[in-house]
Design a protein around this ligand. Structure first.
Ligand code: GUN
Ligand code: FE
Length: 426
């Protein structure tokens, strides 16, 4: 089938934080890879299009993972009793150093790419490592599977082991070459400029990368205000800055292009810059923030102030690649924030979590994450027929809510990106 078709099933999506739209036994029309609309009866003009019959299955927009590290997939689920800075030093950096070997990268990234393929994610912002060639291996594996992603060759030139410490000019040159090569070779995989975080990047390197992102029109991803030890370190590295965000701003890395900052756990009341720049996205990573004892990001506080907030899995701070897990975790930690920190910040409900994982985060990638007209036809089909509990009498949205917490890791039964059906193997 080409990229124009009708897909029948129990369809569910959201246009805003407040409400999930349930369309039982309905028709999703896709033309040339874009959504035309959802219909309860198929209009005559579309009757000649090929039909995928997913009757009884849940059909949702593809989800967007705003922040993850493919290079940490090998050790997820281990060493979860440490905090960020020790965990980076003892486990993360030694593992990332192994990606100087492109053969190791091929084996490890293949596992990551296969698991991403069977997950509900169709778009992702991904950190590789500093290694140019290995990062290209990751891009190739994603592209071969039809996945759409922004992949970053990571930049680091201080406070890390010698094997991961780049010379700033060489780091810049490698990044330029990476951006050009990715643009030449791949259709769905795009480059993203990836300074790891301020403790790993000198002022000089940050400035070079900020200017590069503007010059070559490439988005940026990094980490912001995740852990209190990190905040203290950044204050001592950047004594003239009023905050961590202000340090990025002074170094030319603040929202000059579309920018995704992971975490922002400690940003409230410190970093009003987040409220003022429409290019800024926050990747909320609740699993990682819990595992590394980082704290609780007050998602609703920022959503209510119009900030773009999506979800991230942050492997290997997070243990699971599933955005369903991220959705349920986001709801849970918001309740703890409300109970223990500040009851003036409302709890998240499932609709808000679904919005963040679909249309909210998806907008980082364009018109992605909804079934409104003109959106890219990123579609995920889920089978909840063997759900361990009775599903009779539930709305489509309730079935999705239940699926999300009961079977977050279950492979999807079909997946489409921009109207192309991927070979998920299930
Ligand atoms: N901050 C800088 N690097 C990292 C990383 O790899 N993971 C997490 N969670 N935070 C970071
Ligand atoms: Fe991270």
């Amino acid at each position: 089938m080409d990229r124009s078709f009708v897909l029948f099933g129990d369809i569910c999506y959201t246009e805003s934080c407040d409400r999930i739209i349930s369309c039982p036994a309905s028709f999703l029309v896709v033309e040339e890879g874009k959504i035309t609309g959802v219909f309860d009866r198929l209009p005559g003009e579309y009757r000649t299009l090929p039909m995928y019959d997913y009757g009884g299955r849940l059909v949702i927009p593809g989800l967007s993972d705003l922040h993850t590290h493919a290079s940490q997939y090998q050790f997820r689920g281990l060493w979860m009793d440490e905090e960020l800075l020790d965990w980076l030093e003892r486990h993360t950096f030694p593992e990332e150093a192994r990606y100087s070997d492109a053969d190791y990268a091929l084996r490890a990234y293949s596992i990551f790419a296969d698991d991403l393929l069977s997950s509900p994610t169709t778009r992702a912002n991904i950190f590789a490592t500093i290694h140019h060639d290995s990062a290209l291996v990751l891009c190739q594996l994603l592209e071969e599977r039809g996945l759409a992603a922004n992949v970053g060759k990571v930049n680091m030139d201080r406070n890390c082991p010698p094997s991961l410490t780049e010379d700033p000019q060489a780091s810049l040159a490698d990044t330029v070459s990476f951006i050009k090569t990715v643009r030449e070779r791949f259709k769905r995989v795009h480059p993203i400029v990836t300074p790891r975080f301020i403790p790993s990047c000198s002022d000089n390197l940050c400035r070079l990368l900020g200017d590069l992102a503007v010059r070559m029109d490439v988005p940026v991803q990094s980490h912001l205000s995740e852990n209190t030890g990190e905040l203290d370190w950044v204050s001592s590295l950047c004594p003239d800055s009023a905050s961590y965000a202000d340090a990025y701003r002074r170094l030319g890395l603040w929202g000059r292009v579309k920018t995704c900052m992971a975490h922002c756990v400690w940003s409230r009341d410190r970093e009003d810059e987040l409220l003022e720049n429409d290019n800024l996205y926050i990747a909320h990573c609740p699993d990682s923030n819990t595992n590394l004892s980082s704290g609780i990001f007050p998602a609703r506080y920022f959503l209510d102030r119009g900030v773009h907030v999506g979800l991230g899995t942050d492997i290997a701070g997070g243990t699971s690649l599933s955005l369903f897990r991220a959705m349920t975790d986001a709801v849970k930690v918001s309740k703890l924030y409300w109970r223990y920190v500040d009851d003036s910040v409302p709890k998240l409900d499932f609709a808000a979590a679904f919005y963040m994982a679909s249309k909210g985060g998806g907008s980082f990638f364009g018109r992605v994450g909804s079934f409104e007209e003109g959106y890219d036809a990123d579609i995920v089909v889920l089978d909840d027929s063997d759900s361990p509990t009775c599903i009779e009498g539930l709305t489509v949205a309730q079935r999705l809510e239940r699926y999300s917490s009961l079977c977050p890791e279950k492979p999807v039964c079909a997946k489409f990106v921009q109207g192309e059906k991927l070979q998920t193997g299930y």
